[in-house]
Design a protein around this ligand. Structure first.
Ligand SMILES: C[S@@+](CC[C@H](N)C(=O)[O-])C[C@H]1O[C@@H](n2cnc3c(N)ncnc32)[C@H](O)[C@@H]1O
Length: 249
């Protein structure tokens, strides 16, 4: 646990309440989550970005269906969901590269939300909105069926140990839920640097009858996905990265 004294009173209490709520819920409903909330420290810049940017670019979690055209202020754009954006560097780069698409970015980690809000404001990006919540519940309660043109899941936590595999985000049930939200022809793009997780994701996506692989097995890295610093370092050390791109039939 990091020192709470280093975080502003507003954010430290928000983080504490969120952690307690999630832990109580997990105990009550025994639903296994794909993340553990860390007591991340907010930089001053992230804190400012949260205060200034959340009212414009944040969407509070609620159990009401979203109207994606309305929240982005346009109907003609493609709508992409990004799950677990981390610090948001890739999200911001992709949103800049693809101005005809709108990005609904979901993450639970507060410093990550602050970091992406900072990038949005610095780069004057208009095609990103953020929800800070468990994506499983966002899919269950907020996203209409047949509403998405694509889903990005970049470097999801691999949960290496066998006893933690149940925490992996990508599971048959989760993919079925995700498929309901995809339009016909829409894609799911997963990237991972953990070979055993790549094989797991390949099996789960292949077993879902609503999906079709766009490649024989793993896909070439689509050009819109930027190389992260971490990934470039890994590639130099000879580590692999696997991209999987499947479409809804
Ligand atoms: C290993 S990080 C990868 C971050 C980023 N995509 C990247 O490529 O650097 C995985 C992220 O997914 C987030 N995450 C995991 N499960 C999630 C869930 N159920 N809902 C929302 N975010 C989740 C975690 O908080 C974490 O930031």
């Amino acid at each position: 646990m990091g020192s709470l004294a280093a975080i502003s009173p507003i954010h430290s209490s928000t983080i504490l309440v969120m952690t307690e709520l999630l832990e109580t819920e997990e105990k009550q409903h025994r639903r296994i989550r794909s993340f553990v909330l860390r007591q991340g420290r907010l930089t001053k810049g992230q804190e400012r970005a949260l205060e200034m940017g959340w009212p414009q670019f944040g969407i509070n979690y609620s159990e009401h269906l979203l109207d994606l055209d309305q929240i982005f202020g346009r109907a003609e754009s493609g709508k992409i969901l990004e799950i677990g954006f981390g610090m948001g560097e890739s999200t911001a780069k992709i949103a800049q590269t693809l101005p005809d698409y709108d990005f609904l970015a979901v993450e639970v980690h507060t410093p990550g939300v602050g970091s992406l809000l900072k990038l949005i404001q610095e780069q004057v990006l208009t095609n990103i909105r953020i929800i800070q919540h468990d994506v499983v519940e966002v899919l269950q309660h907020m996203l209409p069926d047949n509403s998405l043109d694509g889903v990005h899941i970049f470097f999801p936590d691999p949960w290496h140990k066998k006893r933690h595999h149940k925490r992996r985000l990508i599971q048959a049930e989760f993919i079925k839920l995700l498929c309901c939200k995809l339009k016909s022809g829409a894609y799911i793009h997963v990237a991972t640097d953990w070979q055993e997780y790549a094989e797991w994701v390949f099996e789960v996506l292949t077993a879902e009858l609503q999906l079709k692989n766009t490649a024989k097995d793993y896909a070439e890295k689509p050009s819109y996905r930027p190389l992260t610093k971490f990934e470039s370092r890994g590639i130099k050390l000879g580590h692999g990265v696997w991209d999987l791109v499947f479409v809804r039939k």
